[in-house]
Design a protein. Structure first.
Lengths: 211, 470
């Protein structure tokens, strides 16, 4: 009896390991030679939107991040990603462009594995639902001011939107806090490594007017 | 199924076979967390109508409330009810009580503490960025320890049993015991700490899938293999189909994770493999469904007369629908349009609630009178609960599936994003109404549970309670 029962436990472990090998470990092995960039490495390339952030909100930027540098950019990215996860933005915004359904026309170039080989994607934030649009080509599509207004009350810039408002990212004078600056820095970073042509050419939504 | 399947006597020891008090507390906790989950889901639905009831309240932000909705459904509602079901089924199948009642109470307390910490952590902004694994990082070790203790407590009677063969329910339970802890550890730790990017996504996909496939499904099916023959008072239709179903599920279910990320940057061989394995398992699942309907054959009057049986077979019909649907929607052809849309949300609700949630409602109908030692105070309320829940769920599934098609073609046709949102509005209103039906039904159900537990006991009730403990 004991041996008979144990066989189901062992069978369970074996089938789990088989599935884990085929669906989990093999992709890991396929990608094992791709360099995994640290956040500090990523932050060496500062997108223009981050420098613009320091000009748009000088007092707040000075207070929270000091000057525009790889170090301050790395801190902003980490803070932005933490808030992106805390507010579960990834439940309604995906972060990969598929090669089907005209997504390359709407969002930009189709996603490739090496784009995600960095510590900003630990954990990855692919997402499985799009209540709002994909964000992996978001960099440069909207201005920093647009993002701030959109976080404060999405319907100020996108009247049809069902996105929640995030007033707690702003202080009593409705000036951005560190969380808002970090989140916008993060959003403006997404896809900044793959802006081959001006992003708006790809952005069907912008071409058709509105946001 | 032999008559020894239904023992009415305790084993040689002094302890009663079934710890009814522990079972009752797990059932109560399940009902409580399900209510939390439903209210969270309803509030979240209101956000889609732009009438969120708590605008500007940071800790009740819709994004955070959504995590509470899904996590409490899986870990609060389903896990607690499954533990209660196994606390009843395993000792009766093995004629042995669980390893330790004290350990059982410890696990009960620990699990509810985990639920409280999960809700509090997610609302406070400490949710983890892993789908179905949003449980805060500092809670994860507790969950793993809790699961291991649970497995030790519940598998001991199976290993101590003197029965010559193991009943099919126990195969499923044992396999689930092996899977659940491994799955939880894999999903919550690997993509969080060690595997970044695309490969991490493959593991997350495996976790999303395995949570349903290797934790919820095997325990759910195992409980159905116990309760359906028990309530119909006849053996399972075909032992051979039980065998095929179990080994088919055990082999194919664990290798489909990547089907949650089709057309993603994950290597295509993993995507193709996931699609093929998924279609294979849907074929195997037919054997399980056929076995249950074969068992029902000749006793279909029970669907009318026995509410628990009605819940079970409503769930089984929806299980057939969802598996049939899955074999198609998993193909790349369907995925082009339906992925990222409300179609997937509809599917998730049909599986987690329409199938396993409905089975659990059947468990409540059958087990609650035994747990409180009293018959149902107001059976008519239970019927009202059934119909409100059933209509609400079916309306929600059809509505969101249709919404998914509209959204998918709207996106593929390069409409402005706002147009797809505006087009979704009527569907999102219908979803809210369907949710209101379900929540109303749950209100009646809670009252039925409470009034049943509170009513004075008769001598017959005391006798009923004695049989439940035996």
């Amino acid at each position: 009896m004991e041996r008979f029962g144990a066989s189901f436990l062992i069978a369970g472990i074996i089938t789990f390991l088989l599935g884990f090998f085929l669906q989990g470990l093999m992709p890991v092995l396929t990608l094992r030679k791709q360099h995994v960039a640290t956040v500090a490495e990523i932050a060496q390339t500062i997108p223009p939107e981050f420098a613009q952030l320091a000009e748009d909100y000088p007092a707040e930027f000075q207070r929270d991040f000091g000057t525009v540098s790889p170090e301050s950019f790395a801190r902003a990215l980490e803070l932005g990603k933490a808030n992106y996860i805390a507010e579960a933005c990834w439940h309604c915004h995906s972060q990969f462009v598929r090669p089907v359904s005209n997504e390359d026309l709407r969002f930009g170039p189709v996603s490739t594995p090496e784009e995600y080989q960095n510590m900003m994607n630990l954990p990855h934030l692919f997402g499985t639902r799009r209540v709002g649009p994909d964000l992996i080509r978001e960099s440069g599509k909207h201005s920093n001011d647009w993002h701030m207004a959109h976080l404060y009350d999405p319907r100020m810039v996108a009247p049809y939107s069902v996105m929640p408002s995030y007033p707690w990212f702003f202080d009593a004078e409705r000036r951005p806090t560190a969380r808002a600056l970090g989140l916008v820095a993060y959003l403006q970073w997404l896809g900044s490594w793959n802006v081959q042509v001006p992003a708006t050419i790809y952005n069907v939504d912008a071409m058709r007017g509105g946001s | 199924m032999t008559p020894t399947m239904l023992p009415m006597t305790a084993d040689a020891g002094r302890r009663p076979l079934v710890n009814v008090d522990l079972m009752r507390w797990h059932l109560s906790a399940s009902a409580l967390w399900f209510t939390v989950s439903l209210l969270g889901g309803l509030a979240y639905a209101f956000q889609f109508n732009n009438i969120y009831p708590f605008p500007g309240v940071e800790w009740l932000s819709p994004g955070r409330v959504r995590m509470v909705h899904t996590n409490m459904a899986a870990y609060g509602f389903i896990a607690n009810a499954f533990i209660a079901g196994m606390l009843f089924a395993i000792p009766r199948l093995t004629l042995r009580p669980i390893l330790s009642d004290a350990l059982g109470w410890l696990i009960f307390g620990a699990w509810q503490l985990i639920m409280v910490l999960t809700v509090a952590g997610e609302l406070a902004g400490y949710g983890q960025g892993i789908e179905w694994g949003e449980t805060p990082i500092f809670v994860d070790p507790l969950v793993v320890v809790g699961l291991v203790l649970l497995v030790i407590n519940l598998s001991t009677p199976i290993f101590r049993s003197s029965e010559q063969g193991l009943y099919v329910s126990l195969w499923y339970f044992l396999a689930a015991f092996a899977w659940t802890g491994l799955v939880y550890f894999m999903g919550n730790y690997l993509p969080q700490f060690w595997v970044p990017g695309t490969a991490g996504a493959a593991i997350t996909g495996l976790y999303i899938h395995d949570l349903v496939g290797l934790f919820v499904t095997p325990i759910g099916i195992g409980l159905m293999y116990f309760f359906i023959p028990l309530l119909l008072r006849k053996p399972v239709w075909s032992h051979a189909l039980s065998l095929i179903g179990f080994w088919g599920l055990a082999f194919f279910y664990p290798m489909q994770g990547v089907h949650h990320f089709l057309f993603s940057p994950i290597p295509m061989y993993a995507q193709y493999g996931a699609v093929v394995a998924t279609i294979a398992v849907e074929i195997v699942v037919i054997t399980v469904i056929a076995n249950f309907f074969g068992t029902l054959h000749g006793r279909s009057d029970a669907i009318r007369g026995n509410l628990a049986v009605r819940w079970f077979f409503t769930g089984l019909v929806l299980y057939a629908v969802t598996c049939f649907q899955c074999a198609f929607q998993v193909t790349l052809t369907f995925q082009k349009i339906i992925h990222f849309t409300d179609w997937v949300v509809a599917h998730a609700h049909m599986v987690m609630f329409g199938v396993f949630g409905f089975w659990i409602m059947g468990l409540f109908v059958e087990l609650w009178p035994r747990a409180v030692g009293r018959p149902w105070a107001n059976p008519r309320l239970l019927t009202v609960h059934y119909w409100l829940t059933f209509i609400g769920l079916v309306v929600m599934v059809i509505d969101l599936t249709a919404a998914g098609v509209v959204q998918g073609y709207s996106w593929a046709g390069l409409s402005h994003w706002g147009e797809s949102v505006v087009a979704s509005m009527p569907f999102w209103w219908a979803r809210t109404v369907a949710g209101l039906l379900i929540v109303t039904g749950q209100g009646f159900f809670l009252y039925a549970l409470w009034s049943t537990a509170r009513q004075p006991r008769t001598a017959a009730d005391v006798a009923l309670a004695a049989t439940a403990r035996a």
